[in-house]
Design a protein around this ligand. Structure first.
Ligand SMILES: [Zn+2]
Length: 214
């Protein structure tokens, strides 16, 4: 049983990594995060990706002690999944594993540049974001500037919950939106024994009813 759950968890993590690659650079939309949930055999695995803008309100590298403190506080908050995605008490869920971290784009920059080299992306990008800069700026230089000054960041969290009665885990209340004032929406994918289902949970209706999946 544990091995199966781990497989799902690995699968989720892998798909999240792939999704993250797809979201690289300007791909993510500020205000919109992604939550993948897998139900299996009494366990629930979750993977969250959310723009830095949603979680701390900025995506530059935190330099000041104030900004660093915001990042630390956000990571601590993200490591308490049952406060962010609360389940009915009757489900009897507890946290087995929880981890959260901030991912910056810097390490992905080369990949993006390679991927878009032949599409004139770097050039368009430089023009769009550096209109006021000297035209003599080389394409590559413009791109590097962007990565340094305006690179996107995402928070990433992974959770594993264990529930005494997972059939009761049918309603998720998203305290997430109270914790993070800039978050507007989560795109939620749920994998259960019935297959995969996609939902959008928004700030003004922060609950997800999963009864149809049980
Ligand atoms: Zn961003």
């Amino acid at each position: 049983m544990i091995r199966t759950v781990s497989a799902v968890f690995v699968l989720l993590t892998t798909s999240a990594v792939m999704a993250e690659e797809a979201r690289q650079l300007d791909a993510h939309e500020h205000g919109v995060g992604q939550l993948d949930i897998a139900f299996e055999q009494g366990k629930i695995a979750m993977v969250l990706h959310a723009p830095g803008a949603d979680i701390v309100g900025f995506e530059y590298a935190a330099q000041s002690s104030e900004d660093r403190a915001k990042v630390d506080a956000a990571v601590a908050t993200l490591a308490r999944p049952l406060d962010l995605f609360s389940l009915p008490a009757s489900a009897g869920c507890s946290v087995v594993e929880a981890s959260a971290s901030l991912e910056s784009e810097a390490a992905q920059d080369d990949h993006d540049q390679a991927a878009h080299k032949d599409e004139g992306h770097a050039h368009d990008h430089a023009e769009a974001d550096h209109k006021e800069e000297d035209q003599s700026h080389a394409k590559e230089h413009g791109h590097e500037d962007h990565a340094e000054q305006a690179g996107h960041t995402e928070f990433h969290a992974e959770y594993l919950l264990e529930c005494a009665d997972p059939t009761q885990a049918t309603l998720i209340a998203f305290g997430y939106f109270e914790a993070f004032a800039n978050a507007r929406e989560l795109e939620v994918q749920v994998i259960s024994e019935r297959g995969a289902s996609a939902f959008e949970v928004e700030r003004d209706a922060p609950t997800l009813d999963l009864r149809s999946l049980f």
